[in-house]
Design a protein around this ligand. Structure first.
Ligand SMILES: [Zn+2]
Length: 242
């Protein structure tokens, strides 16, 4: 129980990203483009320096490709179920619906990411206290931009703070779901090394979110989105050096 409370406190850091989104609260489309680009940079860095590396180290590159492909296809199918992947016209309403779609697909990707992270976090808190602190700092640091990635499309499309907070809460709670899975199934998960397979699938889902949702949307709102993408990657590199 104590572990789950610690986990809740850590995952609440995602709300910081949401508050940053509220605080900036600019109606300018360029700012939205920058926010999304920045979040893309963070997720790209997270994938390349963190998740891909971990899956290759624990399994191998073929497994990574296979699992990532599964995750990518799952997201693609999911994308078809959630309407408004494309704008139907240039009207403001259609644009907002499309932006909301981006938010939902991003939310699902982040939720799966958080569930895997929750399982890992639970195992670390219970069994591996020596690496606990760097692990927690790592999670908090990337939770903030993930919070921005998830909140900005939802907030900009709905202009509704309460709704945006609710969606962030879903993402936060999914970390706890991971913890509860860890609590009950820890022996099975450890025995078959399941979290690493789920992480592989998650990497495919997050890749889809970046390639098919966030990057094209960032580009649409700000032609110079790539500067924000680079800033996001650089920030993550800097943090990993510290
Ligand atoms: Zn889509």
């Amino acid at each position: 129980m104590k572990t789950l409370i610690i986990m809740l406190l850590i995952s609440l850091s995602m709300f910081l990203g949401t508050f940053i989104t509220f605080f900036v609260n600019s109606k300018k489309e360029k700012v939205l483009g920058n926010f999304l680009g920045f979040a893309c940079g963070i997720i790209i860095a997270l994938l390349i320096f963190d998740i891909f590396k971990e899956v290759i180290e624990e399994l191998n590159i073929l497994w990574l490709i296979l699992l990532a492909a599964i995750g990518f296809i799952i997201s693609k199918l999911l994308d078809k179920l959630v309407p408004e992947h494309h704008e139907h016209n240039k009207s403001k309403e259609s644009k907002q619906k499309n932006l909301f779609h981006v938010g939902i697909i991003t939310l699902v990707g982040i939720m799966l990411h958080n569930i895997t992270e929750g399982i890992a976090l639970f195992t670390v808190i219970e069994h591996n206290t020596s690496i606990l602190l760097p692990f927690i700092i790592g999670i908090i640091v990337h939770n903030i931009p993930l919070g921005i990635a998830l909140s900005s499309p939802i907030y900009y499309s709905t202009n509704n703070k309460r709704k945006t907070l609710l969606y962030t809460l879903f993402a936060v709670l999914s970390t706890l779901i991971g913890g509860i899975i860890g609590l009950f199934f820890s022996p099975i998960f450890v025995k078959f090394n399941l979290p690493i397979y789920i992480l592989g699938i998650t990497s495919g889902m997050l890749s889809y979110v970046v390639i098919d949702e966030l990057l094209p949307t960032a580009k649409k709102y700000n032609k110079k989105y790539y500067i924000a993408v680079l800033m996001g990657i650089l920030l993550m590199l800097l943090i990993s050096i510290l």
